[in-house]
Design a protein. Structure first.
Length: 101
């Protein structure tokens, strides 16, 4: 955390324009708008730095580890189950009617 804070103050002193800060982060085209507590350049620069830091902390799908999926037992042994287990046809018989009196 201390390294990021030191880097922030270095960038704040060296970069006076937020657009240059965004270009250094690799963002070519960006719309910025400020209101509320970002009235000063320092607050706005810190908010921008924090936002870009959090954005780059996400793992995009191209950075995910390759996942090897295994078949479930039902998928793996489907052919075997079809060959060995056949449906037995069951004939239903109708129960004799019971007289109620």
């Amino acid at each position: 955390m201390e390294t990021q804070t030191g880097l922030f103050w270095f960038l704040l002193n060296w970069v006076q324009d937020i657009e240059k800060l965004l270009m250094m982060a690799g963002i070519d085209d960006c719309y910025t708008s400020a209101r509320g507590c970002t009235a000063t350049l320092g607050n706005f620069a810190k908010a921008t730095f924090d936002a870009t830091s959090k954005t780059y902390s996400y793992l995009t799908p191209d950075l995910w580890k390759e996942t090897v999926f295994t078949k479930s037992p039902y998928q793996e042994f489907t052919d075997h189950l079809v060959k060995t287990h056949t449906r037995a046809s069951v004939q239903r018989t109708q129960a004799p009617a019971v007289a109620t009196t």
